[in-house]
Design a protein around this ligand. Structure first.
Ligand code: SF4
Length: 384
């Protein structure tokens, strides 16, 4: 098992590394300068030299300059399905964040090596649930006498340690595309769910798609004794939400929805379910990243859309559909800073290193963690 992390000391960018968390920062080599005018040509040349030896996966939130070199693009669910699609490629370069590269390592064959071009590409949400904290939470559930009734469900956006914890305890991984199906499956097995680490996805799915009430949900805070909940509250709850959130989607507010409706008559508000409950309940449509893309693609010319998800994707959608008025839901919310860590210099560096036979920034999950995380991931891929 990878080393559990309790405290998360600050690591200044470019110094040190913390491979047991989402926040490694070291770049052990010479990065090409961002101003190098040959970067695009160098990336093309390195990829061509590698040919079928490399398979590049790109998450929708990546920069355009990186997406250009992806063999497959997708959200975390699609990329998890695609990770194993090219078993002939010895190298998988994952342009996304650390937990996604971990899942790719778990789902690919043993001879394949997964590379994350910048180890600082972590996810603040994934870091909000550490292994020690989740173990402690389970003890609280045992003390309350309810652990046998609880099925743990973790969002894909969690470390391999947490996925393995869930696999060991008979649970499942979910993504924003299949959260309802995962909860249907979990509630057929037990009367309660512990949902990790995104409280918003858990609450929005439970209340808007499963018919639970807000009173059926409680929030477990890993920073308070017993999670800040009494035994009675835990016994009465049907959905125990972990106090975690996405630092990008969590920033959209009801004010941003009301403001865009005032400014743009007839606008459709389309948001991701990682947004807060009051944002989602005041939007016109809610859906995963893939759903958002399909909705904009199928929208009539001339229609207006305020989209509440990551800015790189919204900008790409706006550029791809100039006949539609596609805008960002909130002017003050910015890119996902960790997704944005993967840039052309890091991609060139990793591809050129691979072309020289040197594997850099390999993401490798230890066999025991990988085994149990795979149990929970396979359960997700097998959901009806
Ligand atoms: S957008 Fe949010 S959930 Fe996705 S990687 Fe960034 S911080 Fe994590």
């Amino acid at each position: 098992m990878t080393t559990p992390v309790r405290d998360l000391p600050l690591l200044l960018l470019g110094t040190g590394s913390d491979p047991a968390s989402e926040r490694g920062v070291d770049c052990p080599g010479e990065l090409p300068p961002a101003s190098d005018p040959e970067l695009v040509e160098r990336a093309r040349a390195a990829k061509a030299a590698l040919g079928g030896e490399v398979f590049v996966l790109g998450h929708h939130y990546q920069r355009d300059e990186v997406i250009e070199f992806a063999d497959v693009t997708g959200d975390s669910f699609k990329l998890a399905q695609q990770a194993a699609a090219r078993p002939d490629a010895p190298y998988v370069v994952f342009c996304g964040v650390h937990f996604m590269a971990e899942s790719a390592d778990i789902l690919t064959a043993a001879h394949q090596q997964v590379v994350l071009p910048d180890l600082a590409a972590g996810c603040s949400m994934a870091d909000m649930a550490t292994f020690d904290q989740v173990e402690e939470c389970w003890e609280v559930l045992e003390d309350a006498g309810i652990a046998d009734d609880v099925v743990p469900v973790t969002y894909m956006n969690s470390s391999a340690d947490i996925k393995a914890f869930v696999g060991r305890h008979g649970g499942v991984v979910c993504t924003s595309s299949n959260a309802k199906r995962a909860l249907d499956w979990a509630y057929a097995k037990g009367s309660k769910v512990l949902f990790l680490p995104d409280q918003h996805l858990g609450r929005n799915t439970a209340v808007l798609e499963m018919g639970l009430s807000l009173d059926d949900c409680v929030v477990y805070s890993p920073h308070r004794p017993e999670g800040g909940l009494s035994g009675r509250q835990l016994r009465d709850a049907r959905m125990i939400l972990w106090r975690g959130h996405c630092s990008v989607h969590g920033r959209f507010s009801l004010d941003s929805v009301e403001d865009v409706r005032r400014r743009v008559p007839g606008v459709n508000v389309l948001v991701h379910p990682e947004c807060k409950h009051e944002v989602v309940t005041n939007a016109d449509q809610i859906g995963s990243t893939e759903y958002i893309i399909r909705t904009i693609e199928n929208a009539p010319s001339g229609s207006s859309w305020a989209v509440g998800t990551e800015l790189n994707l919204v900008r790409r959608l706006a550029n791809a559909h100039p006949d539609k008025n596609v805008m960002f839901l909130d002017k003050t919310v910015c890119f996902c800073s960790t997704m944005n860590r993967i840039d052309l210099p890091h991609l060139v560096w990793s591809l050129e290193s691979l072309a020289r036979g040197e594997v850099v920034n390999r993401i490798e999950v230890d066999p025991e963690t990988a085994h149990y995380a795979r149990v929970a991931l396979d359960q997700m891929l097998a959901l009806p």
